[in-house]
Write a protein of this length. Structure first.
Length: 144
């Protein structure tokens, strides 16, 4: 799911929760309009989140779906950042591109070397290695 879809779903979900007073245990019902048979958009998302296929979203199903949507959006943003850093368009980051990471600049002298994340030892970071590097750097930045 892309970031635009996330941005569309946030107001829809917020509106659904605000316009239908309910407790945290009251399920959300699907609309039974012709639009609910479409293969994309909110109805497709509802179908994905309705894991037991009972036509309602329990709070647990909503929370799990929302967390997945947020995770997908974050991964999409990371990929956009990775692509922007990959100035030579090789599909991976070399040492010079790695040095331009804001987290690396912020770490200063305590920056971990790129080799710490280069699991295949090819002196470049592919996207998976980049995600691992960002996760590590964020965790260690929060400890400061």
């Amino acid at each position: 799911m892309n970031l635009v879809f996330c941005m569309v779903m946030m107001p829809i979900a917020a509106n659904a929760l605000q316009t239908q007073p309910r407790s945290l245990t009251t399920p959300i019902k699907a609309s039974m309009t012709p639009a609910s048979s479409q293969a994309s958009g909110p109805n497709a998302l509802f179908t994905q989140w309705d894991t037991n296929h009972d036509g309602t979203l329990s709070p647990a199903e909503f929370n799990a779906g929302w967390e997945k949507l947020q995770s997908d959006a974050a991964l999409h943003r990371l990929h956009e950042q990775f692509t922007a850093l990959d100035t030579d368009k090789s599909g991976s980051l070399d040492a010079a591109e790695y040095a331009h990471l804001e987290l690396i600049k912020h770490a200063g002298a305590s920056e971990p070397p790129m080799s710490a994340f280069d699991t295949d030892k090819n002196q470049r970071l592919d996207f998976k290695e980049y995600v691992n590097a960002v996760n590590y750097l964020l965790q260690h930045e929060q400890r400061k």
